[in-house]
Design a protein around this ligand. Structure first.
Ligand code: ADP
Length: 255
């Protein structure tokens, strides 16, 4: 569980995150939306100590992040925009193995984690492929597999769809939906909400560093449009019905 209590983060004169509180349970799917500059990236960086709050506390599984940042980094894996910046090895298998190697796992455990993570993003048996020959969508999936190999309880994805073409975006979406079904909690930071109604139990809306809404997707259309996030056609609860397309919300799954 991630608990954010009265967190404030400032940069010089800007209050990037201001008095924000919420909690994310294990297994939940949360979309964090807001206009550019609303504080989304700063906020999620407090989840594993990449950014320290000036005021307030973030706890991961009950322990304040500042007391044990290493444990927070293990429980909360993050994938940032521009995944190629995060690629560290020449082949897919070596890249995904990097995290568990640093955790000190033995070879058998590393192999198990790499196989599992690659399978979760549809890259089974691609261990030996060179990373520099991959498409943008495949690189995004390698970055996610690298985060999954840490076997986190929460996976945070910051703008995972930016720079992806439409087939890559749809492929990544369906892999994320599978991860969600398998019980990984997802926090997706985005201003592109297309098809995300299927992944979200809750939508958090940030504006000027403040949390303006924390609601189920079907109640999110109003606050989203009020705070400058485009509500896609077919968003749950908005005109045109629930999120459309080939991605369907898991039956019976609710917060
Ligand atoms: P978002 O992810 O919603 O675009 P950010 O968290 O990146 O928002 O930024 C929130 C505010 O903090 C913006 O006004 C941004 O300019 C400012 N900001 C973000 N990172 C820094 C930084 N490293 N130094 C100074 N200001 C920053």
């Amino acid at each position: 569980m991630i608990e954010v209590n009265s967190v404030r983060v400032g940069y010089d004169d800007v209050r990037a995150v201001d008095d924000v509180s919420f909690a994310i349970d294990d297994g939940e799917g949360v979309v964090l939306a807001g206009a550019n500059g609303s504080g989304k990236t700063t906020l999620v960086r407090t989840f594993n100590g990449l950014v320290s709050p000036d005021i307030g506390t973030v706890r991961v599984d009950g322990t304040p992040v500042h007391e044990n940042p290493a444990a927070a980094r293990q429980a909360v894996s993050m994938v940032f925009q521009h995944p190629r910046d995060g690629i560290v090895a020449a082949t897919i298998g070596a890249d995904v193995a990097f995290g568990p190697e640093n955790l000190g796992c033995d070879r058998a455990e590393i192999d198990r984690r790499v196989d599992r993570a690659l399978s979760a993003v549809g890259l089974d048996s691609r261990h030996e492929d060179r990373v520099d020959a991959l498409s943008g969508g495949e690189r995004a999936r390698v970055a996610i597999a690298g985060a999954l190999a840490m076997e986190p309880t929460h996976l945070v994805l910051d703008e995972p769809f930016s720079g992806l073409d439409e087939p890559s975006r749809r492929s990544l979406l369906s892999h994320l939906l599978e991860l969600r079904r398998d019980g990984t909690s997802l926090v997706i930071v985005t201003h592109d909400l297309r098809d995300l109604g299927a992944l979200a139990d809750r939508v958090l809306v940030l504006a000027n560093g403040h949390l303006m809404a924390d609601v189920p997707p079907e109640d999110a259309a109003d606050p989203l449009s009020k705070f400058d996030v485009r509500v896609p056609t077919g968003w749950p609860g908005s005109e045109g019905g629930r999120d459309s397309g080939s991605l369907e919300r898991e039956p019976g799954r609710s917060p």
